[in-house]
Ligand binder design. Structure first.
Ligand code: DGL
Length: 263
């Protein structure tokens, strides 16, 4: 390992950001990463904007000052909506990439012109999301559902609850299908949800497009950073959590991250 190459800092309220980290690793496999799961302070989406801003600033400080991060990926829609402006004003020269519900990619995919969006309450009520929806007005019909409890159920891998909530919130969103008027495209607007893509698929069937932003976030990081400084070896990942026990994070890592170079 080349210790002199600075890592990319990445954080989420918990394990959701692993869905983004998978794409970062695919795009930049030789990069080093430091991942912070803020499990002790989740769910961001149900604790208000000030909480997400305060936690994002505290985590950014830790990743930059204690771990020397050269860039920051806010792998959480809720934290991006609440705190990206504050992070950019605190660190004006730092490359920072956020995550927002992938409405524009969904527009390119829909044939029925009806798109469902599932996200946390914090994201759907944020000014940033409302502005984004406003810019797309008239281009498609968007039906937006706040999904209280779903990120937390995924965080704790509570299977029966995950399935029940996915059923409840997809049916609250509307009728899915490829016929006129039906929703044929679903935006997974919280980074926890793509981890359960198979569950969404089994509830919605094979014809519905599920849209998540991982690859776009990874490309944006590459635009900001250019080629990796260290190219020969697989990068390593440092795992941090605010939880007392890192067992659940490491279980999630074993399940969702390919076993390469973790420590
Ligand atoms: N994974 C986070 C997101 O993308 C939110 C989960 C939470 O509510 O803490 O919005």
């Amino acid at each position: 390992m080349s210790t002199h190459v600075a890592p990319v800092g990445i954080f989420d309220s918990g394990i959701g950001g692993l869905s983004i980290l998978q794409s970062l690793q695919n795009e930049r496999p030789t990069e080093h990463y430091v991942y912070f799961a803020d499990t002790a302070h989740a769910p961001y989406g149900e604790k208000g904007e000030a909480h997400a801003v305060a936690r994002s600033l505290a985590i950014a400080r830790c990743l930059l000052e204690e771990h020397g991060a050269k860039a920051l990926v806010v792998a959480c829609n809720t934290a991006t909506a609440a705190a990206i402006a504050a992070l950019r004003s605190q660190y004006p020269t730092l490359p920072i990439v956020g995550v927002e519900p992938a409405l524009k990619p969904a527009l390119a995919l829909t044939r029925t012109g009806h798109i469902g969006v599932m996200a946390t309450r914090g994201t759907v009520n944020s000014a940033k999301f409302i502005d984004l929806l406003g810019t797309l007005e008239g281009q498609a019909r968007f039906t937006v559902t706040p999904c209280d409890g779903l990120a937390q159920a995924i965080e704790s891998q509570y299977r029966t609850k995950i399935r029940a909530l996915i059923q409840e919130y997809t049916s609250a969103t509307g009728t899915f299908g490829t016929e006129t008027g039906a929703i044929d495209t679903l935006v997974l607007g919280c980074t926890h949800y793509p981890l359960e893509q198979a569950e969404f698929r089994s509830v919605l069937g094979p014809d519905i497009a599920l849209v998540e932003p991982g690859a776009a976030v990874a490309r944006q990081l590459s635009r900001l950073l250019g080629p990796c400084e260290q190219r020969e070896r697989t990068g390593h990942i440092t795992w941090l959590t605010s939880a007392e026990d890192n067992g659940p994070l490491m279980q999630a890592v074993n399940r969702w991250m390919p076993p390469r170079g973790t420590h």
